[in-house]
Write a protein that binds this ligand. Sequence first.
Ligand SMILES: [Zn+2]
Length: 250
Amino acid sequence: MAPDFSSRKPQCNNVVRVEMPFTTRCLSCSRSLARGLRFNAQKTHCGNYLTSPIYTFSFSCPTCSSPLAFATDPAHRSYRIVTGMVAFANKTTVEEVETLSLPNHSIYEVQEARDAMQQLEDEKEDKRKATEAKSRLEALVQRNEDTAGGGNDIERNRALRSVHREGRRERDALQEATRALGWDDDGGVKLLPASDEDTRRARAAMAVRARVTKVSPATALRKRMSGAASSSIFAPGVYDGGKKRSRGRT
Ligand SMILES: [Zn+2]
């Protein structure tokens, strides 16, 4: 909204006391308006930058009464000339006016962007840590279930007692077997639980014993004598055996 310069005299209700934010020169009479010069101006709300209002300060040149105006510039944290003036090229520095340098807009934007990136990285790191902790916790729970058989304390206690009961029955059975064999179980002789290896060795020993029994000398002699009594000495088997033996020798 452009300021209204139809009336040279500012309205009393919006008149404020301001001072020139920088040194300017009137375009009509070339009068210099120094920075810090105080005068009355009409303050007009002429818009917004984001949520910050933009105000225009309108006044007349003290020499030629030309309409002059400057406005606030929230986007650059400064002021801008609206009409009737031109700013001097040589702007003052912070060292000259002995004040502090404020960070400009771009620095704030960079800082905000950096904060946003840092926030994203922090969130990513938090998610990674949470996933790691979750998998570790799940592994611990799984291992606990595997070792304890799962369930609650009562079930785990029952499983443990069952295992102990089995072991006790096995030991009692072995002691009974030891006593049945006539061995004193307190005298150092102990039966161990039977294993598959024991079974295999026992079967092998029984087979050897059966073979030895079958070809024992007494049985062989008895068979040979009964065979000689019931067969001829010229039986074909005996004669062939003799031929085979003589052929084998030549
Ligand atoms: Zn002027």
